[in-house]
Structures are given as structure tokens and as C-alpha cells.
Design a protein around this ligand. Structure first.
Ligand SMILES: C[S@@+](CC[C@H](N)C(=O)[O-])C[C@H]1O[C@@H](n2cnc3c(N)ncnc32)[C@H](O)[C@@H]1O
Length: 265
């Protein structure tokens, strides 16, 4: 999310519970191949016994997948949202903490996982330095983020809805400006000797209009330079009309996924 628009209060609202995150995750429910979590963990090349800290763990999607595949090493779930950390406690030891000051001793873990969260952190170099600090020699940090064009089809709907209601052209890539895969590598290289980047490109059919509608409604109004209230509600109503028109003509919306994964040593 963009630096200018997403402050601490908006973050609290976004992650006070997992409903908005779950609405965004639902977009990919129709994926036929491996899930993003499976692909990222495959790229991490784990033996199954490593100690792992999942930073910004959210509702524990990666931790659940680790448990599903029989991971036996210690798992720590860190999130600044108490509700998220608590929700992940069925998979891992939970800790309410900030990525900029991890509650882990130096050289304390084998793997630091930081999935789709660095764009929220105020001091990016500090958080990346923390990833480096907590890793044991030979350990790795795994970082994921969205790339430009991610969910382009849904974003096009929102851009049109915002334009119809406010006359303003919003930035469709508002969510990737702050931690763009194209510039992330330089930031990561400041702390790590090796940075292996992987680009994951996919398209998933979304047959249910309600899923796209809920996805757009999960965005903070600040993404369009607005705040919660009647104008934002009018934007969401306009988006719904556009989605109705789309689904009246087509049985599905093919949603692009653009994700970057960095494995750092
Ligand atoms: C988009 S969710 C990602 C959840 C999970 N990693 C995933 O990929 O499914 C971002 C998470 O990062 C957390 N978060 C945001 N800023 C944080 C910070 N400075 N330190 C720790 N967690 C943070 C949020 O509370 C939220 O749970």
C-alpha cells in the first residue's frame, strides 16, 4: 500500500481482524495449480526441521501450509496485530511485535519469512536489517510482494468507478509503489550477499461476482485518496454496477496475479 496513504490507523482497521485479508485471499480460491503458499515454500527449499519466524503472519496461511506438509521445526508467528498473532497460535508460538524490532535474538532462526507485509513497514531498511540480524549463518530470508499489474482486471473496475464518482484518475498500482519488486532487490542487497528473485505470473478465473466485489470493498478508501463515508460508498456502488455489467456478458473474470519472491542469503 502506498506510503502516503496508509497510516497506522488504517493498518489497525485493515488488520483488526482477518475479514479484509480473507476477502483478498478468496480471490485465488479458484486456482487450479499449487497455491501461492505452496509455491513460495517450495522455492524456500526446506528440510522440514528449520526454525522459522513468520513476520506479519496475518491469518497464518504459510504456517498452516508448513504444518500441512509436516514441518517439525519451531515456528514463531509475529504480527503487530494482536488478533492476527492470536489467530495464528494454533500453528505457531504467537508474538505481538513489530518487524522493525523483532523479538528474536541475533542469529536465532534458520528462516525469516516476510510475506506481503514489508510495504506496510515505515522504516524499510530497518526491517530488512532485522531480517539479516535474526538469521543464523547459512539461514535465509524469504520475502514476497505484489508486482505491477497484480489484479489488473479488478483494479480497472475500481479506477473506472473512482473516475465516475470523483472525476479523479486513481493510481491502479497504488499497492506496489512502496515496495516494488523492481526496486526491492537493491534494498535487499544492502543487507544480503545473495538475492535470488522469482517472478510468479498466473491468471485465475473468478466466476463469482461477489468475490471481486468483496475484494474491492476490502481496500482502504485511502487507496483512492478518500476516507470512509458516502463518497467511498458511492464508489463501491459504482464498482458493483460495473461488475454486474461484466458478469452479465461473461461467466468469469480472469484475474492476473503478479507476485515476486526473493530468497536472500
Ligand atoms: C497482507 S497481510 C500478509 C499476511 C501473511 N503474511 C500472508 O501473506 O498471507 C500483512 C500483515 O502484516 C502485518 N503488519 C503490518 N505492519 C507490520 C509491522 N510493522 N510489523 C509486524 N507486522 C505487521 C499486518 O497486521 C498483517 O497481518
Amino acid at each position: 500500500m502506498s506510503e502516503a496513504s496508509i497510516g497506522a490507523e488504517v493498518l489497525r482497521e485493515q488488520y483488526g481482524d482477518d475479514s479484509r485479508l480473507a476477502a483478498r485471499q478468496s480471490l485465488w480460491a479458484g486456482r487450479t495449480g499449487p497455491s501461492l503458499y505452496e509455491t513460495v515454500l517450495d522455492l524456500t527449499c526446506l528440510s522440514g526441521t528449520e526454525s522459522i519466524v513468520d513476520i506479519g503472519c496475518g491469518n497464518g496461511a504459510y504456517l498452516a501450509e508448513l504444518r500441512r506438509r509436516g514441518h517439525t521445526g519451531p515456528l514463531l508467528a509475529v504480527d503487530r496485530s494482536a488478533a492476527m498473532a492470536r489467530g495464528s497460535s494454533r500453528y505457531a508460538h504467537p508474538a505481538v511485535a513489530d518487524a522493525q524490532a523483532l523479538p528474536v535474538r541475533s542469529r536465532g532462526v534458520d528462516v525469516a519469512l516476510c510475506a506481503h507485509m514489508l510495504y506496510h513497514v515505515p522504516d524499510l531498511p530497518l526491517a530488512v536489517g532485522e531480517l539479516r540480524r535474526v538469521l543464523r549463518p547459512g539461514g535465509k530470508a524469504v520475502i514476497t510482494t505484489n508486482g505491477p499489474g497484480h489484479t489488473a482486471q479488478a483494479k480497472a473496475v475500481m479506477v473506472e468507478a473512482v473516475s465516475r464518482v470523483t472525476g479523479v484518475d486513481m493510481d491502479p498500482d497504488w499497492d506496489t509503489r512502496r515496495f516494488d519488486p523492481r526496486t526491492a532487490r537493491d534494498l535487499l542487497r544492502a543487507s544480503f550477499d545473495e538475492v535470488d528473485g522469482h517472478e510468479l505470473r498466473d491468471s485465475t478465473p473468478v466466476p463469482d461476482k461477489g468475490i471481486v466485489s468483496a475484494y474491492l470493498a476490502s481496500w482502504p478508501p485511502e487507496s483512492a485518496g478518500l476516507s470512509a463515508g458516502p463518497v467511498w460508498r458511492a464508489v463501491l456502488a459504482a464498482a458493483d454496477e460495473l461488475l454486474d455489467a461484466h458478469y452479465a456478458m461473461k461467466s468469469t473474470m480472469d484475474m492476473d496475479s503478479r507476485v515476486a519472491v526473493f530468497v536472500c542469503r
